[in-house]
Write a protein that binds this ligand. Structure first.
Ligand code: FPP
Length: 294
């Protein structure tokens, strides 16, 4: 699989993207004020989202569970577009876990239909917004038609240079690490170096499905559950966790901006004692950029 190298954006580029975002938000609205409060130099380089609560959203309305999944497509579109407009490098959405096969067959089939609907409608939108789609997870086990569509969308957007959108489908964080280690062993065996193989963190990280992308800085989970659910286990080692009681279908742009604003208030020390910044922004020429929160 080709790597999706994420090049850190310059402050000036992020600043100008943020101005464009402000231009489309209603002046004085909550989302406008939240977007305006963000510091372009401290955006998360990689945001991961565990989209949870679709079933509960439906139950509260006496609707079938699948109605919650359908209502979850809008927030997916919003999150992707907002992250792209903010100049965030990577967004990973947990769309289907390797454990989700345990759900009723009709629910699983609805999820594939929604993915089909999403890909059918969104590829043009991804192209317009310069977004690269990637699929992470054991994609080979998906129904043939779903896999084919996914691969076509990945291929169609491969030349884009903006946000990398990783859709985690049939994904398991443990399986991803196991696959990376097996790849290492296979390569060493093929090279005749198995006896002297020494595994380090870089060797594993560079064989994960997210190789070339920064680690997750901000991990959002909706619906109030305090669980990681086997999501990006390696990449979240130093992520800031943000759990909101909002159910995924109700997760709107203000909720996402609020999560990012909360992230910017965290003191990140990566095990040290001094606050540190994520790798998203090249610490370049931002002196004198008007209106910045610096
Ligand atoms: C968890 O809610 C959600 C999922 C397992 C599926 C996520 C799918 C979508 C948001 C739909 C569209 C996605 C794409 C990428 C087009 P849950 O069913 O576990 O909710 P519950 O915990 O309230 O039952």
């Amino acid at each position: 699989m080709r790597r999706a190298m994420v090049k850190p954006l310059r402050y000036d580029d992020i600043y100008s993207l943020m101005q464009d975002l402000l231009a489309i938000l209603p002046t004085g609205s909550r989302e406008y004020e939240l977007a305006r409060s963000l510091d372009p130099a401290r955006l998360p380089a990689h945001v991961g989202i565990i989209m949870d609560g679709n079933g509960r959203w439906a139950r509260r309305r006496s609707l079938p569970r699948v109605a919650g999944h359908r209502a979850g497509v809008g927030p997916v579109r919003m999150a992707v577009e907002t992250c792209a407009r903010l100049g965030i490098g990577s967004l990973t959405l947990y769309a289907f876990s390797a454990e989700n096969w345990k759900r009723p067959r009709s629910e699983v089939e609805t999820l594939w239909r929604l993915l089909h609907y999403y890909l059918g409608r969104e590829v043009a939108h991804l192209m317009e917004n310069n977004i690269r789609l990637r699929a992470i997870g054991r994609i080979h086990a998906l129904p043939k038609e779903v896999r084919r569509e996914l691969e076509q969308a990945v291929e169609a957007t491969a030349g884009n240079t903006g946000l990398v959108l990783n859709l985690a489908i049939n994904y398991s964080g443990r399986a991803e690490i196991v696959d990376a280690v097996n790849a290492l062993v296979r390569e060493a065996r093929a090279a005749g170096t198995l006896d002297s193989l020494v595994v380090d963190e870089e060797a594993i990280a560079s064989r994960l499905a997210t190789a070339g992308q920064p680690d997750v800085d901000l991990l959002i989970r909706t619906s109030g559950e305090m669980r990681i659910s086997n999501f990006l286990l390696w990449q979240i080692a130093y992520a800031e966790l943000y759990v909101t009681p909002i159910l995924w279908p109700d997760f709107d742009r203000a909720a996402l901006l609020e999560a990012i604003a909360a992230y910017q208030k965290r003191d990140r020390r990566f095990g040290g004692i001094e606050p540190a910044r994520p790798a998203q922004v090249e610490q370049a020429s931002f002196a004198g950029v008007p209106g910045s929160a610096l």
